[in-house]
Design a protein around this ligand. Structure first.
Ligand code: ATP
Length: 250
């Protein structure tokens, strides 16, 4: 897998009293790849996302992003460094047109980037260029003037990704972007995620194994707060420990 390492976690731990949610996780994410994190329920995937993006503090270990030790930095500082996390439908302004949603996100007003009070105001022109570009990436040009609430479920899910993209991040964190989707929407989301690699690095939590195998460059498998395996899709598919963890459901 080519590319420099954009994001690295070294021995990251998270304890809740005596419960060890993460017991020393190492992960290296290369630039311009799709890096998926999979594992059974409760394995610690979401907790790891919280650590990487800074929504919760680590109990131990280090996180390096784009050459900076961000371990002690709060989430809004990491946003400024180029991390963006996609949030569920609740982050959309349902009564506002799609374009307006993206404009607010590009300006740092919307939830995906609201965490960043230091972001300098972006010029109107720069914003509208970004918005047009994101509309194209999402395949939603024809819906630019449609209220977000009138979009289909699949389109709304893509717009959520777009809200994070509008911040022009280096890395985008997607937590189950396909959950509850029908087959056509799945295909569109797959294509969208693949297309992001040209300009972004994608860190993905995904339960749908077909999708994971299809779009990932690298897969990290977690189990009980630890990394069970890491490798290319084919390596993971054929890994006996992984098969066992999933009881053959792969
Ligand atoms: P899922 O696929 O079900 O979303 P996950 O792999 O994302 O699971 P996490 O949500 O990271 O798993 O949870 C890991 C473990 O940490 C779980 O056992 C969970 O109950 C526990 N946990 C998470 N948050 C807390 C908390 N605030 N206090 C105590 N335990 C917690």
């Amino acid at each position: 897998v080519p590319g420099n390492i954009l994001l690295e976690a070294v021995g990251v731990e998270k304890h809740y009293d005596k419960f060890v949610a993460l017991g020393g996780v190492d992960i290296k994410v290369r630039a311009n790849t799709v890096h998926s994190v999979i594992g059974p329920n409760g394995a610690g995937k979401t907790t790891l996302f919280h650590m990487l993006t800074g929504t919760k503090t680590v109990s131990g270990g280090r996180i390096i992003f784009d050459g900076h030790d961000v371990t002690r930095e709060p989430d809004y500082v990491r946003v400024r460094r180029g991390m963006a996390r996609s949030f569920q439908v609740t982050s959309l302004f349902l009564t506002l047109p799609v374009r307006e949603n993206l404009r607010l996100a590009a300006q740092g007003v919307a939830p995906a980037v609201a965490l960043n009070p230091w972001k300098p105001p972006t010029g109107a022109l720069a914003c509208s260029e970004t918005v047009d570009k994101v509309l194209g990436t999402l395949g939603l040009q024809a819906y630019a003037d449609t209220p977000a609430g009138n979009l289909s479920h699949g389109q709304q899910r893509r717009l959520e990704v777009g809200m994070a993209l509008a911040a022009k991040p280096k890395a985008i964190f997607l937590d189950e972007p396909t959950s509850g989707m029908g087959i056509d929407d799945l295909e569109d989301m797959k294509q969208l995620i693949r297309s992001l690699k040209d300009e972004q690095t994608v860190v993905l939590i995904e339960h749908n194994m077909n999708i994971v195998m299809d779009i990932s460059d690298t897969i990290t498998v977690m189990q009980q707060g630890r990394v069970l395996a890491e490798g290319l899709p084919d390596q993971i598919r054929n890994d006996d420990r992984v098969r066992k963890a999933y009881l053959g459901n792969m």
